[in-house]
Design a protein around this ligand. Structure first.
Ligand code: IMP
Length: 418
């Protein structure tokens, strides 16, 4: 059974925990896009693991975790992540972690360019400043440095030299910023190369579908951060939708049995950009506090709002999702009433189609009754309060898609099969 898992909102839907759970019966877990702008959190026996690049499947024995060609890798962050996991007693070796030769490398000038571009934009994006955008720009401009170059000193030196000639000129002339030294970067990246070489390989054969080998493709960020289908230009620089899973890992049209969409029981967004159901009052503060809505990567507070069924329906279609996993239902436990957005209005008129510009719409809400009961310790669907089941049924009906699992807490085991 091969599955693709993607976020249906603006990221931070709780994918890390779900991946950790779902990969129990998978052999290979592949990350196919994004970089260390992502932060996937998994809590096991009270211990928190935060993943930026390595699939959270690494926590389980006998799984092969792959960083695909569609990912942009900051080698320093990856090495730190490997070290932290090893210190916690988790096995990370070339046997269970493979990095595609074709994945692009984030360089120091990418991080600086990210910061400088953001500073100079009249309309800020609120990027994570991790160099993600500039690295993808270089990939498309065909001057990027790939993992294959990182592990080959001649190729790396040649490409670094070419890049610095251009980047230093831009930094100096356009931004009056400090330039980079070839020797310093070469020295730093040779250390990274030495440490990462054993993990770098051609993953094509490994991924070629064989009988009895099942894959889980792990998406990062969320549908509305997709560079094409998201709230452009307030998006990330990669394709976050399910159709990129194969391209970002080098597989052709293998049979995908399940496309799983992860949706949080309310909505959050980090960074700038339109967010129709955003709450700037105490209710937003409630979600932020109770849901611990602070970025796992940057620590930035997340903007919070009611569940937006209009974007979810769009995301379900864009990703061809056939199962929904609803997370953080427990955060709604204390509420007397819960609102869900079921339509948008623009200039006083109900919209029939999905709008091009989400900043121009106002949400239309339906109000549902809350359940005002703790759900964190419930482990069976039948044990959930009737109102919680009605909330789930509303989502299923609106999206015309089944909710398969409901997560009711941070802990690994706080998940209910429906
Ligand atoms: P970038 O990916 O760092 O270029 O940031 C572009 C936009 O995507 C910003 O609004 C970020 O806050 C957002 N973003 C990037 N990665 C994530 C994520 O993993 N979760 C939530 N938002 C993200």
């Amino acid at each position: 059974m091969n599955a693709i898992l993607v976020g249906l909102q603006w990221g931070d839907e709780g994918k890390g925990k779900v991946i950790d759970f779902l990969c129990r019966d998978k052999d290979v877990i592949v990350r196919f896009q994004g970089g260390n702008n992502a932060g996937h959190t998994v809590v096991i026996d009270g211990k928190k693991f935060i993943f930026h690049l390595i699939p959270s499947g690494i926590l389980r024995k006998d799984k092969i975790c792959v960083i695909g060609n569609g990912v942009v890798v900051d080698p320093k962050v990856l090495i730190e992540e490997i070290e932290v996991l090893k210190k916690s007693g988790i096995k990370v070796s070339p046997e269970n972690l493979k990095i595609s030769l074709f994945a692009h490398v984030i360089m120091p000038y990418h991080r600086i360019m990210d910061t400088l571009r953001e500073k100079n934009r009249s309309q800020k994006i609120g990027t994570t400043m991790r160099g993600i955008g500039p690295c993808y720009v270089d990939k498309a401009a065909r001057c990027g440095i790939r993992m294959a170059d990182l592990v080959d000193i001649d190729s790396f030196s040649r490409r670094l030299k070419d890049n610095l000639e251009e980047k230093n000129l831009i930094l100096e002339k356009a931004y009056q910023a400090q330039v980079f030294s070839f020797d310093a970067i070469l020295k730093e990246y040779q250390v990274f190369a030495k440490m990462l070489t054993p993990y770098v390989c051609d993953i094509t054969d490994l991924l070629y579908p064989k009988k009895n080998k099942s894959f889980l493709f792990e998406g990062a960020q969320g549908t509305f951060l997709d560079v094409d289908f998201g709230t452009y230009p307030f998006v990330t620089s990669s394709a976050t939708v399910s159709s990129n899973a194969l391209l970002g890992s080098g597989l052709s049209f293998i049979k995908i049995n399940e496309i799983l969409g992860v949706a949080k029981a309310y909505t959050t967004r980090v960074g700038e950009g339109p967010f129709p159901t955003e709450l700037t009052d105490d209710m937003g503060g409630y979600f932020q506090k109770k849901g611990k809505e602070f970025g796992a990567t940057t620590g930035r507070p997340r903007r919070c709002g009611w569940l937006d069924l209009v974007i979810l329906r769009r995301a379900r279609i864009l990703n061809n999702v056939n199962k929904i996993i609803l997370t953080k239902l427990d955060i709604l436990d204390d509420l007397k009433e819960i609102k869900v957005c079921t339509a948008y209005k623009q200039n006083g008129k109900l919209l029939k189609n999905f709008p091009l510009d989400l900043s121009a719409v106002t949400p239309v809400y339906e109000t549902l009754k809350g359940w005002r009961r703790k759900t964190e310790d419930i482990r069976s669907y039948s044990g959930l309060p009737a109102e919680a089941k009605k909330y789930i049924a509303k989502i299923e009906k609106f999206l015309d898609c089944k909710v398969s699992y409901v997560s009711v807490g941070e802990m690994r085991e706080a998940i209910i099969k429906k």
